[in-house]
Design a protein around this ligand. Structure first.
Ligand SMILES: [Zn+2]
Length: 244
């Protein structure tokens, strides 16, 4: 049977229009819940290869730049930095040359978040006994972490983001993405880092970051952490575009 809608064999009579109010409202309620029951943590957004390819950062001049012929040969052969724990790019090999502060970081921001830390387990590995722990971290919606980024907690522990889960609401018939339908981001399976991790050379030191984040006595209004914050790139990259 011919149809004005082409050759699709099942067609509904009605396609629901997306509700443009619903998503910002839900996002706001989620943000308020995190502020009501959360705690402050410091979120460290690292530079990644996508940023480099997009021209937002350059190669790190300290560990990936000018070097002697032997170092250059190593770099050329292995396509990796000659320095393992570079104090400028913190191991990513990316650096923004025109950044006013901390060019090795895409951003360092303080945001409220909620943790559900699992119990610490003790493992015997090559390096001896290590404590390991994982947690899900949930924060507000004005930034998005990627795997390999770090979270510094008020208890002076430091955590590596492993996976990202976008919570979103579909309110009608539309091409939904994690930008236009997003309520917030959750980071399941964040892994607690060892003291030897490169996470511990990112300033400020845990003894400074800990008391800063552990706001005590608790205030009934948000604290201004802007003097500690550095934003050298987009907090949420790759905006959704309906194409082509
Ligand atoms: Zn470097």
């Amino acid at each position: 049977m011919a149809s004005s809608l082409g050759n699709v064999s099942t067609q509904p009579y009605f396609l629901k229009t997306p509700d443009p109010q619903l998503i910002p409202q839900q996002r706001q309620q989620h943000n308020e819940a995190v502020y009501a029951y959360g705690e402050y943590s410091m979120f460290i957004l690292m530079w990644h290869i996508e940023d480099y390819l997009a021209g937002a950062c350059q190669r790190c001049p300290y560990c990936f730049g000018e070097k002697n012929p032997v170092e250059a040969a190593i770099e050329d052969a292995y396509k990796q930095a000659i320095l393992n724990k570079c104090p400028q790019c913190f191991g990513t090999t990316y650096f923004q040359n025109d950044a006013a502060r901390l060019g090795g970081l895409k951003a360092r921001i303080v945001r409220p978040c909620m943790w559900n830390t699992a119990d610490v387990t003790h493992d015997y590995v090559q390096q001896g006994e290590v404590d390991s722990s994982t947690s899900t971290v949930q924060s507000i919606s004005d930034f998005r972490m990627r795997s390999g980024d770090y979270v510094f907690r008020a208890d002076q522990t430091r955590w590596r983001v492993e996976t990202i889960q976008t919570d979103f609401i579909i309110s009608g018939f539309q091409a939904a993405s994690d930008i236009n339908a997003m309520i917030g981001y959750t980071y399941p399976g964040c892994k607690q880092e060892e003291k030897t991790s490169v996470a511990f050379i990112i300033p400020p030191e845990p003894s400074i970051a800990g008391p800063l984040l552990n706001v005590n006595p608790a205030l009934n209004y948000p604290v201004d952490f802007s003097t500690w914050e550095v934003i050298n790139g987009e907090l949420i990259a790759d905006d959704f575009v309906v194409g082509p």
